[in-house]
Design a protein around this ligand. Structure first.
Ligand code: CP
Length: 317
């Protein structure tokens, strides 16, 4: 891999999952692979899991990881071409990325969407400008539309917990939230599940919360949560704001919050969420603290996913 922005950058998904599980069994199997190399982890937005799991992954490969909270500590970056920078932005990404490419061997960046202008967000201007001007491998730590490291950890978690010969039924259900959130995790999970193809994949959400078609080809899309949950083996819970009428909350019907009553409709489904989670808004305490929850295991697998991606980049860049 020369970059890791979406599932389409992965040439062999099964091999990448196998690499991640190999690192999980033996974290220091390739402890000198990244020796003498350095990764810059740039955050324009907050993070707990992505930031720390990426650092641990790099260190397991013998690579130095430097975190830069650009959003809080750096100059305000400009991403538009030919911008007249007479406003709040101080440094153009052209200049910053060219400099960063002299300091690092790999760059990773988190750039959330604004949720104000759909065309701008879905053009992925920010991360594409970093790729264009850095000229070194770039890893997405969550961009405006996708969160591939999260989805990879989700796929690892499903594969390591599914022990039956039949394909699992995986349901992505919309959940209530108190503020408008990006569609990234839902888009990305859908993209990874449909590309993987070894599951029966359903998305369920209230009317008005349709995701972009590009990411949902191959999924069954329903609006009735009860029927969607029937016979589910995995339920992935996530809120997202509207895509068509961009960045809005139409309703936050609390009946969409997953509880044990919902779980009773499933095939004793395992429950997933990317975290952070609003307890008793998106998901009930009883599920999060109960035996069906995979959320901690998912977050743990963020290390092994990041390590497999980084190792692949180090071997192939
Ligand atoms: N799931 C996830 O990306 O967590 P953070 O936002 O804490 O990194």
């Amino acid at each position: 891999m020369k970059k890791f922005i979406s599932v389409h950058d992965v040439t062999d998904l099964s091999a990448l999952v196998a690499d991640a599980l190999r690192y999980k069994a033996n974290p220091h199997a390739d402890k000198t692979l990244g020796s003498g190399k350095r990764i810059g982890l740039l955050f324009l937005n907050p993070s707990l899991r992505t930031r720390l799991s990426s650092q641990v992954a790099a260190q397991n490969l013998g690579m130095e990881a430097i975190v830069f909270n650009v959003g809080q500590e750096g100059w305000a970056l400009e991403f538009e071409e030919e911008a007249i920078m007479s406003g709040n932005t101080v440094e153009h990404i052209k200049d910053a990325a060219r400099v960063l490419s002299l300091y690092f061997d790999v760059l990773a960046i988190r750039t959330f969407p604004t949720l104000k202008n759909r065309e701008d967000d879905y053009s992925e201007l920010f991360i594409n400008q970093v790729i264009k001007y850095a000229g070194i491998p770039v890893i997405s730590l969550e961009s405006a539309t996708l969160h591939p490291l999260q989805s990879f950890a989700d796929l690892i978690t499903i594969q390591e917990t599914w022990k039956h010969p039949k394909k699992p039924k995986v349901v992505l259900t919309w959940a209530p939230h108190v503020k408008p959130l990006p569609q990234c995790v839902a888009n990305s999970f859908s993209q990874w599940m449909t590309t993987w193809g070894e599951c029966d994949f359903t998305i369920v959400h209230p009317e008005g919360y349709e995701l972009a078609d590009t990411f949902t080809q191959g999924a069954t899309i329903l609006h009735d949560q009860k029927s969607a949950l029937q016979e589910a083996d995995y339920v992935y819970v996530k809120n997202w704001s509207t895509y068509n009428d961009y960045g809005k909350i139409y309703e936050s019907d609390p009946s969409w919050m997953l509880t044990n009553k919902h779980l009773a409709l499933t095939q004793n489904a395992r429950v997933m969420h990317c975290l952070p989670v609003r307890r008793n808004v998106e998901l009930s305490d009883e599920i999060l603290d109960g035996p069906n929850s995979l959320v901690t295991q998912q977050a743990g697998n963020r290390i092994w996913g990041a390590q497999a991606v980084l190792a692949n980049i180090l071997k192939n860049a």
